[in-house]
Design a protein around this ligand. Structure first.
Ligand code: PLP
Length: 402
């Protein structure tokens, strides 16, 4: 789509690192500062009453109508995210969680049914159980590694949405997105995907996804100082539903946060590459330790989902799981994590700092993920991997095999 490519300014034929420095910068063509300004505002002034009416007819577009519908700062980030995701239009919302909930509300009505992977991000699950059910929308949780045939059996005449999250952000099951999307589309259901882990490395619209969700809080923000979500589409009918639902709900992202996310996006390519390399190196270190049963990193040969990852992804970020041998108590794993000095203990990921989080006992599932031992999730930041490995070496001394 040359028009979209031109609008986004990234240049469709260029490589990712180049595109991500150029996207959303059409303002800079004519003697301007490198970055767009932070535009804060509610009221937009119009030259005439007729102009105001004309502008409000363009509420699906990047027209300046009212602050809630976006400012030039929002438009620059929207174009940049559409470029990263390979879509045409992007809606910014207040958090990654809102980016999950708004599309579910956009495409589901009372009496309808949605299919959600059992590995889904916990708060998305809570939304389905606590809110969708109150609205008369039923959710079924399916095994994330299900195939087309199995999914076909779970589809009902009133199934209107298939939710995907690949891989799951705690247990890292990779999904066969094209096969599952084809089943849903053939039966008239929309395919909504939380693509936060796959940012840039998984191009959702080439694999049958209708709506791609990002927690920009993670790698795009990149500095653990912003909460923001995006919903990207590549077709006008899905766009109109998403846009009108987000505005009906009063969804808004602050201009300052959009500007910070835009600043993060400019270094996304180098950070992703550096973190991918460090993450893989440390994942291999874990895999070589006798205390470790399995490493849940789809890019590691032999790891669960590695074949699908090889087929569908062009890289991997630095978030993965580690399953310890069953003889090791979950308490020993917690003590080991407590003794790390370079890894913070905390939720979220995608920042420049390394993090660790116990998984055992903290995730809710309908179907047992059968990990085989106590588990933890690691996010590798931008510290020197040699220092991170030294820190892990000293902490592992606390893991007694008894
Ligand atoms: C963090 C996360 C979210 C939610 O993002 P917030 O901005 O923290 O609300 C959604 N999905 C996945 C996979 C996440 O990791």
């Amino acid at each position: 789509m040359p028009d979209d490519a031109a609008r986004r300014e990234g240049g469709a034929d260029r490589r990712f690192a180049t595109r991500v420095t150029r996207a959303g910068r059409s303002h800079a063509k004519d003697r301007h500062f490198v970055n767009p300004p932070v535009v804060r505002g509610s009221t937009v002034l119009h030259p005439s009453c007729a102009d105001r009416v004309a502008a409000s007819r363009r509420r699906m577009d990047q027209a300046m109508v009212y602050g809630l519908l976006g400012t030039p700062t929002h438009h620059a980030l929207e174009d940049t995210i559409a470029e990263i995701e390979g879509g045409t239009r992007c809606q910014l919302v207040s958090s990654g969680l809102a980016a999950c909930t708004v599309p579910l509300l956009a495409f589901l009505s009372a009496g309808e049914h949605c299919l959600v992977p059992d590995s889904v991000y916990g708060p998305t699950r809570h939304f389905c159980d606590a809110m969708l059910s109150r609205l008369g929308i039923e959710t079924s949780y399916y095994l994330p590694t299900i195939g087309a045939e199995g999914l076909g059996k779970l589809m009902r005449p009133n199934t209107r949405a298939l939710f995907l999250e690949s891989p799951g952000s705690h247990t890292f099951e990779v999904q066969d997105v094209p096969a599952l999307a084809a089943v849903a589309r053939a039966r008239g259901a929309r395919v909504l995907m939380d693509n936060t882990w796959g940012i840039h490395f998984f191009q959702p619209f080439r694999h049958g996804v209708d709506v791609s969700i990002q927690a920009l809080t993670k790698y795009v923000g990149g500095h653990s100082d912003v909460l923001l979500g995006s919903i990207t589409t590549d077709a006008e009918d899905t766009w109109e539903r998403v846009r009108s639902t987000a505005t009906a709900l009063g969804q808004y992202a602050s201009s300052d946060d959009c500007w910070l996310a835009l600043r993060g996006a400019r270094t996304l390519a180098v950070r992703l590459n550096a973190q991918m390399a460090a993450g893989l190196r440390i994942a291999r270190w874990f895999a070589a330790r006798s205390e470790v049963l399995r490493v849940l990193h789809p890019a590691l040969p032999g790891a669960p989902g590695h074949e699908l990852w090889t087929r569908d992804f062009t890289g991997a970020p630095s978030l993965f799981g580690v399953v310890f041998r069953p003889e090791i108590a979950a308490e020993s794993v917690a003590a080991m994590l407590d003794s790390l000095t370079l890894f913070g203990i905390g939720a979220s990921w995608g920042g420049y700092e390394s993090l660790a989080l116990p998984t055992t006992g903290t995730i809710r599932r309908s179907l047992d993920p059968a990990l085989g031992g106590p588990a933890a999730r690691f996010h590798i930041g931008l510290e020197d991997p040699d220092d991170l490995i030294a820190d892990l070496e000293q902490a592992f001394a606390l893991l007694r095999l008894d």
